[in-house]
Design a protein around this ligand. Structure first.
Ligand SMILES: [Ca+2]
Ligand SMILES: [Ca+2]
Ligand SMILES: [Ca+2]
Length: 834
C-alpha cells in the first residue's frame, strides 16, 4: 500500500530539507500594511466580489460580513447572519458557541462568478447578485445512539439588495447544502468557485481526534478515540465529511434539488451509497483552499490540511484524489492498520512539524500548530512574489498568539519539487498575533486576517476587537555600509608586533610565517535596533601581493573572532610586512591586548576564532576589490546585533599552505574609497504610507476607520475630502478662505478675476480643477493639477510655497474678463482611490 507513497515522501522530505537551509532567499522581504484593526473580532475569510468595485468582504466568525472599501470598513455590515448560526450561551441549544475556543461560526463567503455578469441583451446571467456563505447552524436533528449531532454545516445562497450594493438581503437565504457534524471542531468551511465555475466546499472529518470517535465511520462509539483500524469519515465515501465537495449551486440534480452534481465529478455513478458531491477525500480539516486562477496561473487547487498532533501539510488537490487521512498524517503513518478507500494515497507537496515534534529525515522544521492555507500570488505589486504560494500557520501553540507567515515555491514550473520558506516580514516573523485566513483583492494582491484573542467574541483589555486585516506588500530593504571600528595585523614570527595604523596583512611571508588581519565593526550603532540582517558582504582593497609564481591564487577565509582584541597606535614604517613593536592595547600574535608588563594573551596564539570559516574568497595578484559574502556572514552580524558582547569581528586567515602568499589590504586608516567596507542588508521595513493613509492616520489612528468624504465633523464648512486636499484637519475648524480665495481687480479696460487655492503635492490620488462659469451650468477648467504634478492651464499664473507649511502650495489662477463681468468659480477635487 505504501511503497509509492514512501518514495514520494522521501522526495518531499528532501524538499523540506532544502527549505531549512536555503529556502528563504527567493521570497522577497514583505511587510504588512494595516487595512483594518480593532474593528473585527475574529476574521475568518476575506473575499472579493469580482465586480470591479474594489471591495473586500470580510467574514467575522460571529456571523457578520463586513465590507472594506477604499481602506475603510463601512459602518453597516453587508450581511448580519448571526441569527442563523449556532447561538452563543446562554441558550437552550446544547452546544452553544464557545467564547474561549471555537472553530464553528461563519467560516467563508464566495461570490458567484456571474455576480456582476449580464448577457449580450443586458439581462442578468444565472448567479447574478448571488453569493454563498458557509456557517455552522444548530441542527434540528438529535443524537441517536453513537451518532452525536453537534451542529449542521450549512452552505446557503443569498442575494445582494437590488438597490444597495453594500447590503445583502438576509431574507433571501436559500439553503443549498447542509449536513450534520458529530463534534464542534474540524469544520473545513471554505467556499470558492473554481476556474470551472463550480462551487468547491471543504468539509472537515467531523471533529474529535483520530477521525475515529463517536460519529465517525468505524469509530469507538464513545467520545474517546477509537480502536485502531477504523475507516474514519475521511476515507468513507458514503459521507461528506473529510472531503472536498464540488457542486453547481444553480443546479438541481443533487439530493434535495437545491444544487446540481456536475457530471464530471469523479464518483458520479459509483453506486454503493458513495456521495457524488465528492471531488477529493482523505482530508482531516481542510480549513482553507484556493485556486491558482490569477493571470499566469493554471488553476491548480492548493489545499492546506490541518494535522492532528505532528505535522501540517499543503496538498495539490486533484479530482478523485485520496489524501490519506486517517491512515496518514502528512507523510507519517497515523494508523497503519486503518483501511483506505482508494490508492494511491497522495502525499503533500510540503509539510512542517508542530513545535517540539521531531520527525522526518532530515527533521521537518518546527513551525506551529495549525496550517492556514493561502494563495498563489498573481498580483502585480510584488513582482518577486509572482507564482509563489503564500500561506501561514495559526500560532506556535493554540494558547499563544504568534502565527507565522510561510511560502513555498516550485523549484521550476512543473518540477513537483517545492521549497519551503519562513517569510521575511518587516517587524518580525512569527507575528505577534494569530494567523487565521488569507484573502485576495480583484487585483490579485493578498491579505491576511489575524487576531490576537482566541475565541470568537473575546475583546482586549480595552474592550476592543483584536482582529485585523493586513495587506501583504513589498518591504523596503535597507542597507548600511560600515567601515571597521578597529583593524590590525598580527605576525607569527614577530609575536610582539602589530601595525595598528598601517596596512592589513594576511597570508604567509617568504619564510612561510603567517600574518593575519583582524577587523571589527560597530554594528550596534551602524544598524537600527531589532534589525533583521538578510545579508552581509565585506569588500577589501588589495594594494599589494606577494608573488609566489607557483601559487598565484590565495584562498583567504574570514572567521568570526571569539575574544576581544585591540588596536593601539603602532605604525610600521616602509612596507610594514613585519609590523612594528606593539603599543599598549594592540593585538599581537600572542596577546589580544598587548601591554609591556601584563598583556592579556590569546588562549591560542594567532587569535581565537570559530573553527569553521564564515566566508572564503580566492585572491589573485590583480590589485583592486575583493568581496567576501555569505549567509553565515549575515548570521554573524545578526548575532553581534543580538548579543553585542559577542561582537569581536572577523579574522582574515590567508593561504598558510605555501610561502609568499601574503596579501596587503587597505585598512581603515587608508583613503575613504579604499577602506574595508561591510555592507549589511537588513530589516525589511514597511514602505511609507501613501499621503492619503498618513493623513487619515494622523486624525483617525485606527486603520479602517470610516471617514465620509462628504462629512464635515468639525463644522468648518470644509468637507473631509477637501480638508485632505488642503492639508487641513478634519477635526478642527479651518478658515475656508485659507484654502480658496477669490479676488477681482479692475484695470484699464478689463477686469481680472484672481483665484488662489491650496494644493498638497503629496496627494497623488487627487486632481485639482479650478473652474469658471458664466451660468453655473457650463464650467471650464482654467487650471488643473493631477497626481501631484505641477499646475497648468490657460488660467495658471503661479504657484508658491504656503509659508511654514512645506510642501503645501498656494496656486494662483486668473482670468481676464473683458466683456461680461459676471463670473463664477469653483474648485473641484477628484479623488481616484489608489
Ligand atoms: Ca587599523
Ligand atoms: Ca470640515
Ligand atoms: Ca477642518
Amino acid at each position: 500500500m505504501n511503497s509509492g507513497k514512501s518514495a514520494r515522501s522521501l522526495v518531499c522530505w528532501l524538499t523540506l530539507c532544502l527549505l531549512a537551509t536555503q529556502g528563504r532567499a527567493d521570497f522577497p522581504p514583505l511587510a504588512l500594511k494595516a487595512v483594518s484593526q480593532q474593528q473585527i473580532v475574529s476574521p475568518t475569510d476575506i473575499a472579493n466580489a469580482g465586480d470591479g468595485s474594489g471591495r473586500l468582504f470580510v467574514c467575522d466568525q460571529s456571523g457578520i460580513v463586513y465590507i472594506i472599501r477604499d481602506g475603510m470598513l463601512l459602518p453597516q455590515p453587508f450581511l448580519d447572519a448571526r441569527s442563523k448560526l449556532v447561538p452563543r450561551a446562554p441558550t437552550t441549544y446544547l452546544f452553544p458557541l464557545s467564547s474561549s475556543y471555537e472553530e464553528r461560526g461563519l467560516l467563508s463567503i464566495a461570490f458567484h462568478p456571474n455576480y456582476n455578469q449580464r448577457d449580450g441583451l443586458g439581462q442578468p446571467k444565472p448567479g447574478f447578485g448571488k453569493f454563498y456563505i458557509f456557517y455552522s447552524a444548530p441542527s434540528p436533528n438529535v443524537a441517536s445512539g453513537s451518532s452525536p449531532v453537534n451542529c449542521r454545516s450549512t452552505i446557503s445562497e443569498f442575494s445582494v439588495s437590488t438597490t444597495d450594493p453594500n447590503t445583502a438581503d438576509i431574507n433571501s437565504e436559500r439553503v443549498v447544502l447542509s449536513y450534520d457534524k458529530p463534534q464542534a471542531n474540524h469544520n473545513g468551511g471554505q467556499l470558492r468557485f473554481g476556474p470551472d465555475g463550480l462551487l468547491y466546499i471543504s468539509a472537515g472529518d467531523g471533529g474529535g481526534q483520530h477521525d475515529n470517535q463517536d460519529g465517525h465511520a468505524g469509530g469507538s462509539g464513545t467520545s474517546s478515540p477509537g480502536p485502531s483500524g477504523g475507516l474514519g469519515n475521511a476515507q468513507d465515501k458514503t459521507r461528506l465529511l473529510g472531503k472536498i465537495l464540488r457542486i453547481d449551486p444553480l443546479g438541481s440534480s443533487g439530493p434535495g434539488g437545491q444544487y446540481g452534481i456536475p457530471a464530471t465529478n469523479p464518483f458520479v455513478g459509483a453506486g454503493g451509497g458513495v456521495r457524488e458531491e465528492i471531488y477529493a477525500f482523505g482530508l482531516r480539516n481542510p480549513w482553507r483552499f484556493s485556486f491558482d486562477d490569477g493571470p499566469g496561473g493554471n488553476g491548480t487547487m492548493f489545499e492546506a490540511d490541518v494535522g492532528q498532533d505532528k505535522v501540517e501539510e499543503v496538498n495539490i488537490i486533484t479530482s478523485g484524489g485520496n489524501y490519506g487521512w486517517r491512515v496518514m498524517e502528512g507523510t507519517l503513518t497515523h494508523d497503519g492498520t486503518a483501511p483506505n478507500s482508494g490508492l494511491p494515497l497522495i502525499s503533500p507537496i510540503a509539510q512542517y512539524a508542530h513545535i517540539g515534534v521531531t520527525t522526518g529525515t532530515p527533521a521537518l522544521p518546527q513551525i506551529g500548530a495549525s496550517i492556514i492555507g493561502g494563495f498563489v500570488y498573481r498580483g502585480s505589486a510584488i513582482p518577486a512574489l509572482q507564482g509563489r504560494y503564500v500561506f501561514g500557520d495559526y500560532s506556535q501553540s493554540i494558547a499563544s498568539a504568534n502565527g507565522t507567515l510561510l511560502g513555498i515555491e516550485e523549484t521550476s514550473p512543473g518540477s513537483g519539487t517545492w521549497n519551503f520558506s519562513k517569510l521575511v516580514i518587516a517587524g518580525g516573523n512569527p507575528l505577534t498575533t494569530r494567523v487565521y485566513a488569507f484573502g485576495r483583492d480583484e487585483a490579485g494582491e493578498i491579505y491576511v486576517a489575524t487576531k490576537v484573542s482566541r475565541g470568537p467574541f473575546e475583546l482586549d483589555a480595552n474592550g476592543k476587537p483584536t482582529g485585523a486585516i493586513y495587506k501583504i506588500v513589498q518591504a523596503q530593504v535597507s542597507t548600511a555600509t560600515l567601515t571597521p571600528a578597529h583593524d590590525n595585523s598580527i605576525y607569527s614570527d614577530f609575536v610582539n608586533n602589530s601595525n595598528a595604523l598601517g596596512d592589513l596583512y594576511s597570508g604567509n611571508n617568504a619564510n612561510s610565517a603567517p600574518r593575519r588581519a583582524l577587523f571589527s565593526f560597530d554594528v550596534t550603532s551602524g544598524l537600527p535596533g531589532g534589525a533583521q540582517v538578510t545579508s552581509a558582504s565585506l569588500t577589501l582593497n588589495l594594494k599589494n601581493a606577494a608573488s609566489n609564481l607557483n601559487h598565484p591564487m590565495a584562498t583567504m577565509a574570514l572567521y568570526s573572532l571569539k575574544a576581544g582584541w585591540g588596536e593601539g597606535t603602532s605604525l610600521a614604517s616602509g612596507g610594514g610586512g613585519s609590523g612594528t613593536a606593539a603599543t599598549t592595547g594592540d593585538a599581537t600574535w600572542i596577546a589580544s591586548l598587548y601591554d609591556a608588563t601584563s598583556p592579556i594573551r590569546w588562549v591560542t596564539p594567532g587569535g581565537v576564532f570559530s573553527s569553521t570559516s564564515s566566508a572564503t574568497n580566492t585572491v589573485g595578484t590583480a590589485l583592486g576589490s575583493y568581496v567576501w559574502s555569505s549567509q553565515q556572514m549575515g548570521a554573524d552580524v545578526q548575532g553581534w546585533l543580538t548579543t553585542p558582547a559577542s561582537n569581536f569581528g572577523w579574522i582574515l586567515v590567508g593561504d598558510e599552505s605555501a610561502s609568499a602568499t601574503a596579501r596587503v589590504f587597505t585598512s581603515r586608516e587608508g583613503s575613504a574609497s579604499l577602506q574595508p567596507k561591510l555592507v549589511v542588508s537588513y530589516n525589511p521595513v514597511a514602505p511609507p504610507l501613501s499621503r492619503r493613509d498618513s493623513w487619515l492616520r494622523q486624525y483617525y489612528p485606527t486603520p479602517g476607520t470610516y471617514v465620509d468624504d462628504n462629512a464635515d465633523p468639525d463644522n468648518d464648512g470644509v468637507a473631509n475630502l477637501v480638508e485632505y486636499a488642503f492639508a487641513f484637519s478634519p477635526l478642527s475648524a479651518n478658515s475656508a478662505s485659507a484654502g480658496l480665495q477669490a479676488g477681482v481687480s479692475a484695470a484699464a479696460g478689463n477686469t481680472t478675476f484672481t483665484l488662489v487655492f491650496r494644493r498638497d503635492p503629496r496627494a497623488t490620488d487627487l486632481t485639482y480643477q479650478m473652474q469658471t462659469s458664466d451660468d453655473l451650468v457650463t464650467w471650464s477648467t482654467i487650471t488643473q493639477s493631477s497626481a501631484g504634478g505641477a499646475p497648468s492651464g490657460t488660467g495658471f499664473v503661479t504657484e508658491t510655497d504656503a509659508p511654514g507649511e512645506s510642501p503645501v502650495k498656494n496656486v494662483t489662477a486668473a482670468e481676464t474678463l473683458s466683456v461680461n463681468p459676471r463670473r463664477f468659480a469653483r474648485l473641484r477635487i477628484i479623488r481616484v482611490a489608489q
